[in-house]
Structures are given as C-alpha cells and as structure tokens.
Design a binder for this molecule. Structure first.
Ligand code: PLP
Length: 450
C-alpha cells in the first residue's frame, strides 16, 4: 500500500476540479503538444509511482477537455456527480470483478439494486431483464441481439446455435434519423447496416408514424427517444401499437432522452416508450456518472438471458441474479456502484431537478441567441439547441471561434442540410452563471465574425 501516492492522487484530483471553473474549456494547443513528452521508449525498468503520477498530472491534466465542468456543451456529454465520482474512487479501490456473485457478492447485489431503481425512475416494466453495459451502442447491440433471438425462435430457428445463414429473413425498420450506432449494431449482428427500410421524418427529426410500412413476418422497428440533434422523440405510442399488430419487435434508443421520463414536466415526451420490447440508455450522459456506463433492458428477460448464455465448468450459477448472464462480456468493472450512488444521492426529486434544470438552461441559450437575432433551428423541447449564425461558412467560423475563445465549448453538426452549432446541456455542474458567461462569449464571437 502506498498511502502518499494515493493521497497525492486525491489531492491532485481535487485541485483539478477546483480549477475547472476558471480554466479554458478546450485545452490550449500548447498543452496538447506537450502530451508528446509522455511518449518515448517503453521504460526498461520501474520508476517511482509518485514521479509517474506527477508527470501524468503535469502533462495530462492541462490537456484534458473540461467536460467535467459547467461550460462544456459539446456532443451529449455529462459530468460526474460528486457522489458518483466518490463511489468510483471507492470502487476503484475495491477492484471488484462484477462478472458474478461468486467473484463479488457486493457488486452483484449493488448492481441489482441499481437496476431496480433505474427501471423505476425510467418507468420501464419492472421485471425487464437488464444488463449494465459500457455504452448505449452496446445497449442497442444487446437489445437488437435479443430481438433477433426472439423473432427467429418464433420461426423455429435457434440463431445462437445455427447462425444466420439460411435463417428466415428479418425486416428491419429505422427512421431517416436513426443514430449511426443503430446501423453499426445492425452490421455487427449480421442484419446489415443498409439492409433496412428507412421511414421519413418530420421537421424535428421524428419518425412519421403514418409512413411506417405494413409489416409481415419477423420484423424489428428501431425508434428513438431523444434525437441527438434536436432532442425530439419518435411517436412511440403509435409506432408500438402499429408494430405490435404484426408481432414486430420495437427497440427504443433512449441514450439520453429516456431520462425525460424522470422529470414530471418532460415525461409526456416519452409517452408510449414503455410499450416497446427493449430499451437502451446511457448513464454516463444525463445521469452524470463516470464513463463508461449504460444499460439495456428487455421486457421479456428470458430473451436477453438466453442470448447471452455461455457455458463453462467454472461459471457457477446461484439463486441470485448473475450479472454475466445479461451482458456480452464476462469480466467487468462494478459500474452499478456509481449508478447506485448517483440515484441514492439525488433521489427521485434530484434526478427530476437535474433533467429539468439542464432543459431550462438549454431554453435560456435558445432565448438569448434568438434575442440577438440568430436562428434557432429546432423546437427546444429538451436539452438540445441547434443554432445557425447565417450561412454555413459563417456558422462554421463562429463555432471555431467559440472553441478557440475557450469560455465554453460547443460542436458543429448539420441539420436538414444546414450547418449548425449544437448546444447540449447535459452536465449537472452547469449554473445560471455558466450559461450567462457562455452566452456572452458566444455572442461576442458571433458579432466579431458575422
Ligand atoms: C450518444 C448516443 C448514442 C451512442 O451512445 P454511446 O454511449 O456513445 O455509445 C446512440 N444514440 C443516441 C441517440 C445518442 O445520443
């Protein structure tokens, strides 16, 4: 045990977090260049761990993106709640392998409690089968794998044993706005990235329920709760009803949007989502737990369980829920610990407040930008704002200027053919003051550019 080393790590971490409020959000080019000093020959022998930590902090910390702070609005990226970060430190010390009860009764039990709470706060069927996975992409992959299993089982085909060659075909329906990770997952599953029917969307990127094709035979319909650009929701109630008429399976990609269910004023957006057959959602985005953390839930637990089945003499079962029987992997970190800590520390009202507060900040950005004469391209129903500063070239120059200025950080996207800056307010740490300072910086840069 090296107490000075671990105390130094805690000390340095606290200093890092203390300085987040005042530092530039994107790292300076000099800090990024200096990372090269970590390179060199693989050390031939040992070094003092304190010196190793010092180099890492001195060179690594300044080159980080301050996404743990309150003025990072890029992509859809949350921070780490204090309780979740603290739990992460403790769980790091525990170093549990959360594969099964035998390797860690604590990890298995805490995971089970976290799952129970997740299903409750997201208002999903309480007896769903759930796997805690590393990211929403893997959640989609697992949900669609369970779908493939269930649909082909109904046709008398055991896909896990027999494979896909010669299997009855599965029709896959996505919207024009399906997240790229849906296509990636379809590719990994042998269902084909492009072998899909694409349903057109409306002006906010919502799947048009009236354009859903008539389905026959095994079919999967992928919908989303929370468009990555606009934050809009596919009309889940209508689509689930139509899809289920023909026995199709509906998967909901709810990476961040599903958290709207936890906020009473936003929950209406998720109407019908719980009618689906499987769901994937990130915890590392809006719940603000450390990377990497997400979940897949499958209404009929058996289908996820049977899809992930494996056999080895040393994989011992028990009366308990065994984590590995719901995930592709075996050995894994105890990510349920941070989810448990986040939910235990916030409670129902705390999660509702986190979601509602970040949505309100997004609305403030939209209002401020509109008032200054810039065009907000989406209905700001959630935590996502798309803004145009003029023609595409100008918008791109403003985005680059804002990133370089450093007060805040926003990324670019293309929305329905137009360049846009995307503001995503997903971090717990953002305050009214962060919004005011960031808006001020955005407008300063925009005026100087346009
Ligand atoms: C972020 C996101 C994903 C991918 O999630 P990861 O956790 O990054 O794998 C998929 N779909 C949507 C809508 C997202 O916002």
């Amino acid at each position: 045990m090296n107490r000075p080393l671990l105390e130094s790590a805690a000390e340095r971490s606290l200093r890092y977090l203390d300085e987040l409020g005042e530092r530039r959000v994107g790292p300076s080019p000099e800090a990024v260049s200096a990372l090269a000093q970590l390179d060199g020959e693989l050390p031939a022998g040992p070094s003092d761990p304190l010196a190793v930590l010092d180099r890492l902090d001195r060179l690594g910390s300044p080159a980080t993106v301050a996404s743990a702070g309150g003025r990072y609005f890029g992509f859809v990226i949350g921070g780490s709640l204090p309780a979740a970060l603290a739990a992460n430190w403790l769980a790091g010390a525990w170093d549990q392998n959360a594969v099964m009860t035998a390797t860690s009764p604590a990890a298995a039990k805490i995971e089970e409690i976290a799952i129970h709470w997740l299903l409750e706060i997201l208002d999903l069927p309480r007896d769903s089968g759930v796997g805690l996975v590393d990211c929403d992409t893997q959640g989609i992959f697992c949900g669609l794998a369970a779908a493939r299993h269930a649909l082909l089982l109904r046709e008398g085909w055991d896909v896990e044993s027999q494979g896909l060659f010669g299997a009855p075909p599965i029709t896959v329906v996505v919207s024009e706005e399906a997240h790229t990770t849906v296509h990636k997952s379809l590719g990994l599953l042998g269902l084909g990235r492009n072998r899909v029917i694409r349903v057109p969307t409306d002006g906010q990127g919502r799947m048009r329920a009236d354009a859903l094709p008539r389905l026959t035979g095994p079919a999967i319909v992928c919908i989303q709760a929370g468009n990555v650009n606009t934050g809009s929701f596919d009309p889940a109630a209508q689509i689930c009803a139509a899809a289920h008429e023909s026995g199709a399976w509906v998967h909901v990609d709810g990476a961040f949007g599903l958290w709207a269910a936890a906020a009473p004023a936003r929950a209406h957006l998720t109407r019908g989502v719980a009618d689906a057959d499987s769901w994937s959602v990130d915890a590392h985005k809006w719940l603000n737990v450390p990377y990497d953390s997400a979940m897949v839930a499958v209404r009929d637990a058996r289908h996820l369980h049977d899809t992930m089945a494996a056999r080895a003499a040393y994989l011992v079962g028990s009366e308990q829920r065994e984590p590995w029987t719901f995930t592709p992997g075996l050995s894994r970190r105890a990510r349920g610990v941070e989810i448990w800590a986040a939910l235990a520390s916030l409670g129902r009202s705390g999660v509702a407040d986190l979601v509602e507060r970040t949505c309100r900040h997004a609305a403030s950005f939209a209002e401020g930008l509109r008032a200054a004469g810039y065009e907000v391209l989406n209905d700001v129903v959630l935590n996502q704002v798309l803004v145009s500063f003029g023609d595409d070239e100008t918008t791109r120059r403003v985005i680059a200027g804002i990133q370089e200025e450093g007060t805040c950080w926003c990324g670019g996207t293309v929305w329905q053919g137009r360049a846009a800056m995307r503001i995503s307010v997903s971090g717990w740490a953002t305050t009214d003051d962060d919004v005011a300072r960031s808006l001020d910086a955005m407008l300063r840069v925009a005026r100087a550019t346009t």
